[in-house]
Design a protein around this ligand. Structure first.
Ligand code: GDP
Length: 582
């Protein structure tokens, strides 16, 4: 929208606008944005490294880990990070592969599992389920899968560590079906496992690719044979060959190639087998992935009809809690609910994560924004829907592999780090065109609870800190219904969140705190509110607390207590939610 100088004609402007629209459409079409869902130790770091290797984003295996170590040595977010040698801060990696632009959103696992893990997944368009071939589906995978399901993401399954003794492929297919109701479509199929791992059969090409251990960082150059090639008899032992032929037949019975729609909706998962460590099967996965994964999709939003395509009337929801109160003098008259196309020429983005003190030299806060539509340009001015404030995005950063590079432009599906402290909160919509706002990001069901306390003379700073950290989404806060107990109850999905809160309380607000863990592990919001709680009457093995908005929340010590209350009083309680609905 730069003011064209002098005599530039309407024709020229129209041409420029058309060119911009073409450019955006092309960039959106080649983008594939994804997150890896896995249980710790399944090989996510190793897989990430191998995937990056293919785009030349890194040059040697070991760099991702090495970088994680280097970071923990230099960054002071935190001393905590240093102590543990984990990286709290990697968020997104971008690289090019065969004409596609890949964005991998990092979902922290291990002890650093936190709400950020969920939120990051909420910014992804595709999920890659990484399974340890020996272990199958594990607990953390379940939690993350639930979020992917909630969002209707396409899921791609890579079964890793086939060079170790592994479950039979059909056992994993069955697990996925039983636990997740997910149908599998194996694109590759393993031949043996562990010491007898011979390679994979690639269904689209009807070829067998022989396994060879890789050298450092290099893809193993594996020999290829037609499935029926007699030469295989001299290479693969008879029993494994026989088994392969039987299994190939079984696969055919199991189902035809799924439609693009079945994959895009997450009903069927394309499945691959290999060994990330030995870089075997990763290239087959990646090639298939870029052709089947979905590009950035239209996003639901509320706002000006000039940027939104109206929803079908049945999809309309009546929530009107966030964001729409500000800067919308014309609210009511023009605001509609609809979807924003990623190809819209109007820029919009969603703040899905805030990170404190990433850069020791700046001690700044970085807001991570997922571009939802249009084109992001360095230095552009955007409006924050929540506050109506106009912010100039002059210091954008993108996480390119391991280093922070300054981005000049970005398109839907890209993640950009913005360093404008204080301007943003989690869930914020930013936009540069007609007004719009995205629905709030849900909070996730907490599983860890603890009273947070401070010395009596620090109450004021303490309250300020709790409010600040709560506003940032670092942790959820609940309160006792007993008016004499004013200590907040921190509620988190991961232990690290508690440690981060305590650290930042001290570091940023100068308050020493103590934690008193509570032995609850299940929380449910009562959607019917206090009247429903009253109707239910006395509930055993349940503690009733309230959230920051005064809404009733039930806490249970275990699933058993929860199920008991549901059986006895479920009807009176009415609908319960594991999430804090906005
Ligand atoms: P993460 O916790 O999911 O990030 O897992 P890592 O990538 O750190 O891997 C965990 C361990 O499994 C490491 O010791 C890896 O070397 C090992 N590993 C990863 N992939 C493979 C594989 O394909 N085969 C074997 N044998 N080990 C692997």
């Amino acid at each position: 929208t730069a003011a064209a100088a002098g005599s530039s004609s309407d024709g020229e402007n129209a041409r420029a606008a058309a060119e911009l629209a073409r450019r955006i459409a092309a960039e959106v079409a080649r983008r594939r944005n994804f997150a890896i869902i896995s249980h710790p130790d399944a090989g996510k770091t190793t897989m990430t490294e191998k995937l990056l290797l293919y785009g030349g984003a890194i040059h040697e295996a070991g760099e991702v880990k090495a970088r994680a170590n280097a970071r923990s040595a230099t960054s002071d977010f935190m001393a905590l990070e240093k102590q543990r040698g984990i990286s709290i801060s990697s968020t997104a990696m971008t690289w090019q592969y065969q004409g596609s632009c890949l964005n991998l959103l990092d979902t922290p696992g291990h002890q650093d599992f936190s709400e950020d893990t969920y939120r990051t997944l909420a910014a992804a368009d595709n999920a890659v389920l990484l399974v340890d071939g020996a272990k199958g589906i594990e607990p953390q995978t379940r939690k993350l899968f639930a979020v992917a399901r909630l969002r209707g993401l396409p899921v791609f399954t890579f079964v890793n560590k086939m060079d170790r003794p592994a479950l039979n492929g059909f056992e994993i297919i069955e697990q996925l079906e039983k636990e997740f109701g997910l149908q599998s479509y194996p694109v590759t199929w393993p031949i043996g496992s562990g010491d007898r791992f011979c390679g994979v059969y690639h269904r689209p090409s009807n070829k067998v690719l022989l396994y060879a251990k890789a050298g450092r960082g290099k893809a193993a150059a594996s020999a290829q044979y037609e499935l029926g090639d007699p030469a295989l008899a001299g290479i693969i032992e008879a029993d494994l060959r026989e088994q392969l032929m039987e299994e190939v037949e079984l696969l055919q019975i199991l189902g035809d190639e799924p439609s693009a729609e079945e994959i895009a909706s997450g009903a069927v998962t394309p499945m691959y087998f290999g060994s990330a460590f030995n870089n075997f099967g990763v290239d087959l996965f990646l090639q298939s992935f870029i052709s089947l994964a979905v590009p950035p999709r239209p996003a639901k939003a509320k706002g000006n009809p000039a940027v939104l395509a109206a929803l079908e009337p049945s999809e309309e929801s009546s929530s009107s809690s966030n964001g729409s109160s500000s800067g919308s003098k014309a609210a009511g008259s023009t605001s509609i609910e609809g979807t924003v196309s990623p190809e819209s020429t109007h820029f919009s983005g969603l703040v899905f994560k805030l990170q404190a003190n990433m850069d020791p030299k700046h001690r700044d806060k970085v807001a991570f924004v997922r571009v939802v539509s249009g084109k992001f340009d360095k230095g552009m001015k955007v409006k924050v829907a929540r506050t109506g404030r106009v912010v100039s995005l002059s210091r954008p950063q993108q996480m390119f592999a391991q280093s922070r590079a300054t981005v000049q432009e970005g398109f839907a599906g890209d993640v950009i780090g913005l360093t404008n402290p204080g301007a943003f909160a989690i869930g914020d919509t930013i936009y540069a065109g007609p007004e719009l706002s995205f629905p709030p990001i849900p909070s996730f069901s907490p599983e860890l609870f603890a009273y947070l306390r401070c010395a009596p003379n620090q109450k004021k700073a303490f309250a300020k800190g709790v409010e600040g950290l709560l506003g940032e989404g670092a942790v959820q806060v609940l309160y006792s219904t007993d008016e004499y107990i004013t200590d907040p109850i921190l509620a988190a999905v991961g232990q690290l969140q508690f440690e981060v809160v305590q650290y930042r309380m001290k570091d940023e607000y100068g308050v020493d705190t103590t934690l008193e863990p509570l032995s609850f592990c299940v929380a449910r919001w009562v959607l019917g509110g206090w009247p429903a709680v009253e109707r239910a009457g006395r509930m055993f093995n349940t503690t009733v607390v309230k959230d920051a908005y005064g809404r009733p929340v039930l806490l249970f010590r275990n699933e058993f207590a929860f199920n008991q209350v549901i059986a006895e009083q479920g009807e009176k309680l009415g609908e319960l939610s594991a999430f804090a609905l906005p």
